[in-house]
Design a protein around this ligand. Structure first.
Ligand code: UDP
Length: 380
């Protein structure tokens, strides 16, 4: 495909991210596939990004993630400074066919404000948007600016202005899905795994109580606020409680973490993460928020681990009930489902992942959307 895309990853983390980084991971997965399809990619990110691209643009030398803890106006200031650099670049050249933007709200508003002088823009929505209606309130980019979601459920909850500019959704993918159906099958252990940020929306408090009730070992993997290792959280002392996710963990989750039946192992990465996931009897997602995209869900399937979850957000789109997982609207039913998950065929999980959630499938779908966004009529 003969297209030059400016991929705007934003100023928060390098691409690929050093550890946690959902959006940056999506970009790191998508860009190589796009280039395989002949798309030229200009990566707008921070100087420390190592992802191979045809060209790069950056304002900040390193990721500004730590600044996200600061007041909202300062956070916006950093996003604006990055975007000013992107806009300067767009004004300075005429070979960019399309901007694919991932910078929450601010990115879209800035690019829309370029008016008819800017290239067509596709903005990917990454969050549960029902929570941010004001951020996305006015969208005045005319036919030039379009959005896509990461699930149909996410778009259905989006503010009207976004729905009117939507060109559809593209499910998330994982490199683990490549040849997932042909990989060796590691031995299954006894444990359940909840993989993700520790946060009320992800429902770890429900999970830890469940584990004690049914007597099944549970591993919690993921950061608590900015703390990636249990020792870091302990060392931070009382100051850590300023972070709402830390308060949630200390008050609702930690009292049930006994270090034996229920363990918190902090953030896991690389092979350690994959082994923990592949050897789990099931992945548990006792969600309280409407999960928008669910990368950890597709990773679980790719590693042959069925999913047990509350049927919220994108889960019913990603999980085939009774084949790759068990979903319920009733939190109390999770106890039974966790035990029943043993009956599911782990090969089915891998097969579905290899068909639906590979980076190639995701890139193909984005190329289709790029095509539509670049049409002169801009028909959504
Ligand atoms: N993740 C990880 N180590 C952890 C916890 C999470 O590598 O200890 C990764 C996880 O594998 C997934 C991403 O972080 O790739 C989380 O993305 P997801 O869409 O599941 O959740 P989000 O945090 O974006 O809501």
């Amino acid at each position: 495909m003969n297209l030059t895309v400016l991929m705007n990853a934003g100023p928060w983390l390098s691409v690929p991210p050093p550890g946690y980084g959902g959006i940056e991971n999506v970009i790191a997965t998508l860009v190589p596939e796009l280039r395989q399809l002949g798309v030229r990619v200009v990566l707008a990110s921070v100087g420390s990004s190592t992802l191979a691209a045809d060209e790069r643009v950056s304002v900040f030398p390193d990721g500004q993630f730590a600044a996200l803890q600061r007041p909202y106006n300062q956070v916006c200031g950093i996003a604006q400074a990055h975007l000013a650099g992107v806009v300067r670049e767009l004004h300075a050249r005429d070979d960019i066919d399309l901007v694919h933007d991932h910078v929450e709200a601010v990115g879209l508003a800035t690019l829309a404000a370029m008016g008819p002088s800017g290239p067509p823009t596709l903005h990917t929505l990454h969050w549960d948007l029902a929570k941010h209606p004001a951020l996305y309130g006015a969208l005045d980019g005319g036919d030039r600016v379009r959005v896509n979601g990461v699930s149909a459920a996410q778009l259905a909850r989006a503010p009207r202005a976004l729905q009117e500019h939507s060109v559809g959704h593209v499910h998330l993918s994982t490199p683990l899905a490549v040849d997932a159906d042909r990989r060796a099958r590691p031995e299954k252990g006894e444990h359940l795994l909840i993989l993700g940020r520790i946060n009320p929306g992800k429902g770890q408090d429900v999970g830890v109580r469940l584990a004690h009730r049914v007597g099944v070992p549970l591993v919690l993997a993921g950061p608590v606020g900015p703390y990636h290792r249990p020792a870091d959280l302990v060392a931070a002392g009382d100051e850590a409680r300023q972070n709402p996710d830390v308060r949630f963990f200390l008050d609702e989750v930690a009292p049930h973490v006994d270090g034996e039946l229920v363990r918190w192992v902090g953030t896991v990465a690389g092979q350690e993460r994959d082994d923990l996931l592949a050897s789990a009897r099931a992945s548990l997602f006792p969600l309280r928020w409407e999960e928008p995209g669910g990368t950890a869900v597709v990773e679980s399937l790719a590693l042959g681990t069925p999913v047990v979850a509350t049927a919220r957000g994108c889960l019913p789109e990603l999980i085939e009930q009774g084949r790759t997982g068990l979903l319920t609207d009733d939190e109390e039913e999770l106890d039974d489902l966790v035990l029943a998950a043993e009956l599911l065929d782990t090969d089915e999980c891998r097969t579905v992942a290899a068909q639906r959630f590979t980076p190639a499938v995701m890139a193909q779908r984005y190329v289709e959307l790029y095509d539509r966004v670049c049409q002169p009529t801009g028909e959504p």
